[in-house]
Design a protein around this ligand. Structure first.
Ligand SMILES: Nc1ncnc2c1ncn2[C@@H]1O[C@H](COP(=O)(O)OP(=O)(O)OP(=O)(O)O)[C@@H](O)[C@H]1O
Length: 555
């Protein structure tokens, strides 16, 4: 058995000067071993995975086979991992001839060698290219399947791409578990914001020792080949993928209540710590696994402390609050706005405010909620982009020829729901005035949330029971075959009931119910647009001035 030395310095040190954060590599990971020495021929982690676990006797023959077949093999589990790493000197002596010249030097910086990726198509690491040829033209690390990260993790698959970099599924040869590694782009502005992300993740992990706030837990962070790598527990699909897989039909109110309850746990902690997430959206809410209905919030790459706000151009457009759009000071209340938008979308299957640009974004909001109060407009630094000198909203026709007029739609009919509590909950998340919006503490006591969960208050991870839903959709996408892989004994009663509804839901797909208001239907190409616009806003996280120019944009 191995354990991390508790005083592991974490490899990065933070230096603060006003709002600037500096990142410096201080040392490499140290690992303590509480077992005696092991012969390295049996040090399974440095051997191809399918050899491990089959036989402890390593022969030339199975070694060679493993070279060819390793990508077809199931990944090893902790039962077969090595309890002890090699030293770099030992690794060089045994396998140096199979490492690249670059690695032969690099490996000496790593006191513990858990995995070498010998059967991968390694990049040679020539000094002529930018970052020795390890990066593409955007500063993203070029991933090589089955190669190592920091002589410990084995790259298995790319599972996500964002403006900050890429997220890969990897096998941790030290712990024997699969992890997600976010590999940040090798560009100065991303280094800086990623340093803030790590700092916030570190605090949240310390505040959430019992794992009850539905916030992604960072496992580790390190610098590898000039890329900050943040490792996380491996999660399942994000809610946008789930809803897409479900043909954009949306979830039942009972499922929405569960999602709301889980997200509010996260927001409660953030509120208490005065942290603003700044990019809440379905893509940043992940299911714990394929068969689970539990969720966690990810991506603190745009987050900031309430008193250390740096950027004005934040949030993905569909979920962007009016104060951000209008150029007003913002606070934790912007996340409550996003929450309202997300829950509405989870119910209908479509974004509540699907603006094609910022002008239309505000028009979408005004269409339901009328003009913003004068008190907000007076201070809005970006007012002139949305309103003329007489205070009338500037009109815009979108790409589908639609013009949106203030106060012409009603929230309940847009949501197509007859639950007044749900409508009220959404309305109160979407107050123009940030101070008038529900706080997470108030929201958790709202009748929409307490309606069916009052008996369970005080146990944050427990989701409300679901016995009254208007539709039978479910947040669970697990098919029966997916579910068959899971032991029912290990599931909560809620999980099982979700599964049963999932089957009903499949039947009802033939006759879609609760179809969204046609005015709000956006096709897949818009969705792609939305995704790219979302990236645009996030790319701008690293370029705050872009939003601050306030040139009538390309809004
Ligand atoms: N722990 C995880 N487990 C599984 N998948 C993950 C995990 N973390 C991230 N992903 C996947 O990678 C995607 C991108 O991750 P993340 O949002 O953290 O990166 P980003 O560069 O900040 O993206 P964006 O530009 O959208 O903000 C997520 O939408 C998700 O699908």
């Amino acid at each position: 058995m191995t354990s991390r030395v508790p005083s592991d310095p974490g490899k990065l040190a933070w230096y603060y000067s006003n709002t600037k954060v500096y990142l410096k590599v201080t040392s490499l990971p140290k690992i303590a071993s509480d077992v005696g020495p092991l012969r390295h021929a049996e040090s399974t982690s440095v051997l191809p995975s399918h050899v491990r676990g089959r036989s402890s006797a390593i022969t030339d023959e199975n070694w060679n086979n493993s070279m060819v077949n390793s990508h077809l093999s199931p990944r090893p589990r902790s039962s077969v991992r090595s309890p002890r790493p090699m030293t770099p000197t030992e690794a060089l002596k045994r396998y140096g001839h199979r490492l690249t010249p670059y690695e032969q030097g690099e490996i000496l910086d790593y006191p513990e060698i858990w995995y070498l990726g010998l059967d991968s198509k390694k990049i040679q690491g020539t000094s002529n290219n930018a970052n020795h040829g390890f990066d593409d033209e955007n500063g993203s690390y070029i991933k090589v399947l089955n190669d190592h990260v920091a002589y410990r993790y084995e790259i298995l698959e790319v599972i996500g791409k964002g403006s900050f970099g890429q997220v890969v599924r990897a096998f941790d040869h030290m712990t024997g578990e699969e992890v997600a590694i976010k590999m940040i782009r090798n560009k100065k502005r991303f280094h800086h914001q990623a340093a803030v992300e790590v700092k916030i993740l570190d605090l949240l992990r310390r505040k959430d020792k019992e794992n009850i706030y539905n916030i992604i837990h960072m496992s580790d962070h390190l610098v590898f080949r000039n890329h900050l790598c943040i490792t996380f527990e491996l999660m399942g699909s994000n809610l946008y993928e789930v809803i897409k897989k479900n043909n954009f039909q949306g979830f039942s109110l009972a499922s929405i209540r569960r999602i709301a309850f889980s997200l509010l746990q996260c927001l409660r902690l953030l509120y208490r710590e005065r942290i603003i997430h700044c990019d809440l959206k379905p893509e940043n809410i992940l299911l714990k696994s394929k068969s689970s209905t539990s969720i966690k919030v990810i991506d603190f790459g745009s987050s900031c402390y309430d008193h250390l706000r740096v950027y004005t151009y934040i949030q993905s457009r569909f979920y962007r609050s009016p104060e951000v759009i209008l150029g007003l000071p913002y606070s934790m209340a912007i996340d409550m706005w996003s929450l309202g938008c997300i829950l509405a979308e989870m119910y209908t299957g479509y974004p509540l405010f699907p603006g094609e640009n910022e002008l239309e974004q505000l028009a979408c909001i005004m269409e339901i909620f009328g003009l913003p109060p004068g008190s907000l407009l007076q201070q809005a630094t970006r007012r002139r982009f949305f309103f003329d000198s007489k205070g009338n909203p500037r009109c815009i026709t979108n790409s589908k020829g639609k013009r949106r007029r203030p106060n012409t739609r009603d929230l309940a009919s847009v949501l197509r729901v007859n639950d007044p509590h749900f409508v009220d909950f959404i309305r109160r998340c979407l107050e123009w005035e940030p101070g008038a919006r529900l706080t997470p503490e108030e929201a958790i006591r709202h009748p929409f949330i307490t309606q069916e969960s009052s008996s369970r208050h005080g146990t944050p991870q427990t989701t409300p029971t679901q016995n009254r839903h208007h539709r039978s959709s479910t947040v669970s996408t697990a098919s029966s075959s997916d579910n068959s892989h899971n032991s029912e004994n290990s599931r909560s009663r809620d999980d099982i009931s979700m599964r049963l509804r999932s089957k009903t839901r499949d039947r009802e797909r033939l006759q879609p119910i609760g179809a969204p208001d046609p005015n709000y239907i956006i096709d897949e190409s818009s969705r792609v647009h939305r995704m790219s616009m979302s990236s645009t806003s996030i790319t701008s996280r690293g370029e705050p001035l872009e939003g601050e120019k306030f040139l009538p944009p390309i809004l």
